[in-house]
Design a protein around this ligand. Structure first.
Ligand SMILES: *[C@@H]1O[C@H](CO)[C@@H](O)[C@H](O)[C@H]1NC(C)=O
Ligand SMILES: *[C@@H]1O[C@H](CO)[C@@H](O)[C@H](O)[C@H]1NC(C)=O
Ligand SMILES: *[C@@H]1O[C@H](CO)[C@@H](O)[C@H](O)[C@H]1NC(C)=O
Length: 361
C-alpha cells in the first residue's frame, strides 16, 4: 500500500520544481484511493429542493454568528504543499463546530498528525488529496486535536527550512505528546496514549456532470446548507494574484492543482451573479481576508468538479484526569447527521425562506 513508488514520486518533485514560476501541483491521488466510503445517510440534494435554498447562505454569518473555524496558513514556518489537508480538516472542524452550535472553545484538528502518519495514505508537503485524508482518518480511527500535535509544515521527505532537522515519522510521540520541563533540568517528552480526537463516520465526493451544471450546484449547495462546508479542488495559478471581487474570468483551465474549502454562497445585488465563498489556506493577507468569491455554476477553475464532504462520527467533549494506565480519560459526543432529521431540515428551510421574504418585503 504505497502512495507512489519512490521513483515516480521523486520524478514528480523534480518535474514540477523544474517549471519555475509555475504553481506547484499539490494534488496527488493514490491509484487505490476510495473516494466514497460506504454511507447510509441520504445525500442532502435528495431531500432539499433547489427552489427552497436561499439566494445567499454563509456559515460565516448565520444570524450574525460564525460557525467557521480559524483561517490557516499552510506556508509557514516554511513552504509546504499541504493544501489538501488544510481544506479537508478545516471543513471537517467547521462541521463539528456547527454540531456544537459554536459553543465553547473551537475544536481544531491536527494537520501535522496527518503529515506525520498519513504520508503514504493521504499525502505530504508535496501534495495529497481531500478524500484520502478522510479515508486515512476513518482507517486509523481518529485524528487528534491540534493541541496534541501542532502544525510544523514538514513531512518526512521535506527538506525546506527546519524540516531536515526534525523527526516527522509516524510514531506514538508524533501522534500526541507532551514535554515536562527543560531538557537541562531532567525533562523529557513522552507520548500521550489517550487524547481528545474526532472520528469519520462517512465521506464522499459529489458527482459531477458537465451536462448538468445547475444540478451540480444544487448538490453542492444542499450539502453545504445541510451539513456544512466542503473541501474543493481548484486551479490555483489564476488566483495567486487575486486581490478581491467576484472572480468571473472563464479563460482559465479547469485542470486543478490546489485544494480549498467552500463555506457558503452569495448573489451579487447589482449583477445578479451567483458566487461561491471560498476559504483558502494562504493566510488572511491573501484575497478577501483569506477568502475569495468565485462565480458559481460554470466549473470555473475546476471548483465544482471534485467536491468532498465528511460526516463526523464522534468528537471528544470532556477529558478526565487520566489514570496511570490511561483508562477512563475521555468521553465523547456522537455527531447527529442533519441528513437523518428531515423534519428539522424542513423547519430550517421554511424559517430561512420567511426571513428572506421579510427582508425583501
Ligand atoms: C482553536 O483555534 C481558535 C482560533 O485560534 C482558538 O480560539 C481556540 O481556542 C482553539 N481551540 C483550542 C481548544 O485551543
Ligand atoms: C478518542 O476519543 C474517544 C472519546 O471521544 C476515546 O474513547 C478514545 O479512547 C480516544 N482514542 C485515543 C486513541 O485516544
Ligand atoms: C476571455 O478572453 C476573451 C478573448 O480573449 C476576452 O474577450 C474576455 O474579456 C476574457 N474574459 C474575461 C472575463 O476576462
Amino acid at each position: 500500500m504505497k502512495l507512489f513508488s519512490a521513483s515516480v514520486f521523486l520524478s514528480m518533485i523534480a518535474a514540477t520544481s523544474a517549471q519555475q514560476g509555475e504553481y506547484f501541483n499539490e494534488i496527488m491521488i493514490r491509484d487505490d484511493a476510495v473516494h466514497n466510503s460506504l454511507f447510509q445517510s441520504p445525500l442532502p440534494h435528495t431531500y432539499i429542493d433547489a427552489d427552497d435554498l436561499p439566494d445567499s447562505f454563509s456559515w460565516g454569518n448565520v444570524d450574525g454568528k460564525s460557525y467557521l473555524t480559524k483561517s490557516l496558513n499552510q506556508h509557514i514556518p516554511q513552504y509546504c504543499g499541504s493544501c489538501w489537508a488544510h481544506g479537508a480538516l478545516s471543513s471537517f472542524a467547521d462541521r463539528i463546530k456547527i454540531a456544537r452550535k459554536a459553543q465553547g472553545d473551537d475544536i481544531n484538528l491536527s494537520i501535522q498528525f496527518i503529515l506525520n502518519c498519513g504520508t503514504e495514505a493521504a499525502g505530504s508537503c508535496h501534495g495529497g488529496y481531500h478524500t484520502a485524508t478522510y479515508q486515512f482518518i476513518q482507517d486509523t480511527g481518529y485524528v487528534p486535536y491540534d493541541t496534541c500535535t501542532p502544525y510544523l509544515a514538514c513531512s518526512a521527505e521535506s527538506t525546506d527550512g527546519f524540516c531536515g532537522k526534525i523527526d516527522t515519522s509516524c510514531s506514538a510521540l508524533n501522534t500526541c505528546k507532551t514535554c515536562d520541563t527543560f531538557g537541562g533540568m531532567g525533562g523529557k517528552c513522552t507520548e500521550i496514549d489517550f487524547f481528545p480526537n474526532a472520528t469519520v463516520a462517512e465521506y464522499g465526493i459529489v458527482d459531477y456532470d458537465s451536462n448538468d451544471k445547475e444540478g451540480v450546484s444544487h448538490k453542492i449547495m444542499s450539502e453545504i446548507y445541510s451539513r456544512g462546508p466542503v473541501a474543493a479542488t481548484i486551479n490555483a495559478e489564476p488566483i495567486v494574484k487575486y486581490t478581491g471581487g467576484i472572480f468571473t474570468d472563464e479563460n482559465y483551465s479547469e485542470q486543478t492543482n490546489h485544494i480549498v474549502s467552500i463555506t457558503g454562497w452569495g448573489t451579487d445585488k447589482e449583477s445578479g451573479t451567483k458566487f461561491w465563498i471560498v476559504r483558502n489556506s494562504w493566510g488572511q493577507y491573501w484575497g478577501e481576508m483569506g477568502y475569495m468569491r468565485l462565480e458559481m455554476g460554470k466549473n470555473l477553475l475546476g471548483i465544482e468538479g471534485e467536491i468532498a464532504w465528511v460526516v463526523p462520527g464522534t468528537y471528544t467533549n470532556h477529558n478526565f484526569a487520566c489514570y496511570e494506565d490511561g483508562s477512563n480519560c475521555v468521553s465523547h459526543d456522537t455527531y447527529v447527521d442533519p441528513s437523518n432529521d428531515l423534519v428539522a431540515m424542513k423547519r430550517r428551510l421554511t424559517n430561512d425562506k420567511k426571513k428572506n421574504g421579510n427582508m425583501r418585503g
